[in-house]
Design a protein around this ligand. Structure first.
Ligand code: ATR
Length: 286
């Protein structure tokens, strides 16, 4: 580090277990970019001060995590149209007069899908969950041209609300259902994205749905959870003969997309793979 080192950071609460510093500091080292990344715990009522401070220090970029992803929007000087539609921002990029907000969570998931050869355009897909993570994912699937999205949630009303919201931008693409009503989905094989918090460590044996009949619908399953590395949802997908992936690549690619925005570069695939390996090892140690 020297007097020209640019700073990027994560703000949220908690931030202590984040893998983002490892992702960004490795990218900077490997690409020879004079940039350093750290994490700051920011309390809910101090978000405005945190952004004003970052602005004063000319911090190059920030990632934003829970609980600030929606509240941060009123602190921005500009916002990417997809992030505005989603209503949540996880990446801030330095621009004249402040920060522009993006949602690279959605971009990260889409890159993971592309890499695993899971096609969304003109396809019918199933999304489990209707919380904050599902919001970004449902929007990006609609934005990338899904023919239909079956949005299944334990609480039907939340699925209906998110479906209405997305449909107001994209036409009648999202069909909300209670999870227990999955039998209303026509027979076939679908990409299924699991966005609920069910199955997250230490509740490794939990899945939002156990019925074998449901898993007959799965062509490829993607769980956004990465700890544990193999969730119960993924095991059930595999038992029914489907491919299954965890959310580690989504996490990696949301970081890479942010790094690319901050530095106006493209990260090579071999470097992305190297960092994925480091993340896997780090999770195994923890
Ligand atoms: P996030 O930001 O991680 O999406 P969230 O906004 O709290 O978190 O949403 C959590 C999601 O996981 C919701 O869809 C929730 O379903 P409800 O809307 O019915 O609460 C879902 N979820 C959590 N625990 C679940 C469980 N045991 N079974 C099924 N769905 C569950």
């Amino acid at each position: 580090m020297d007097a020209k080192t640019r700073l990027c950071c994560l703000i949220g609460n908690p931030v202590g277990h984040s893998l983002s510093p490892m992702i960004h500091n490795t990218l900077a080292d490997e690409l020879g970019i004079n940039l350093c990344y750290t994490a700051f715990k920011v309390e809910k009522d101090r978000l405005h001060e945190a952004v004003a401070g970052a602005d004063a220090f000319d911090i190059l970029g920030m990632n934003v995590t829970v609980p600030h992803k929606c509240e941060i929007i009123k602190e921005l000087s500009d916002i990417d149209p997809l992030a505005a539609r989603i209503g949540a921002v996880n990446t801030l990029v330095r621009v004249d007069g402040g920060y522009k907000g993006y949602n690279t969570d959605a971009i990260g998931l889409y890159r993971e899908l592309e890499e695993e050869n899971i096609i969304i355009k003109d396809k019918e897909v199933i999304i489990l969950g209707a919380g904050g993570a599902s919001n970004a994912i449902t929007y990006i699937c609609a934005d990338k041209g899904a023919a239909k999205i079956y949005l299944l949630n334990r609480t039907f009303d939340k699925a209906k609300k998110l479906a209405d919201d997305v449909n107001s931008h994209f036409g009648d693409v999202v069909v909300p259902l209670a999870i227990s009503d999955y039998r209303l989905i026509p027979e076939g094989k679908y990409p299924v994205i699991q966005t609920t918090s069910c199955g997250l460590y230490p509740h490794n044996d939990d899945a939002p749905i156990y019925d074998k009949e449901f898993y007959e619908l799965v062509e490829a399953g993607v769980d956004i959870i990465f700890n544990p590395a193999k969730t119960m949802f993924m095991k059930l997908c595999k038992e029914s003969g489907a491919r299954a992936y965890n959310g580690l690549k989504m996490l990696l690619y949301q970081g890479i997309a942010a790094f690319e925005l901050w530095n106006d570069i493209k990260v090579p695939k071999n470097l992305a793979d190297k960092i994925l390996g480091m993340m896997e090892r780090k999770l195994k140690e923890s």
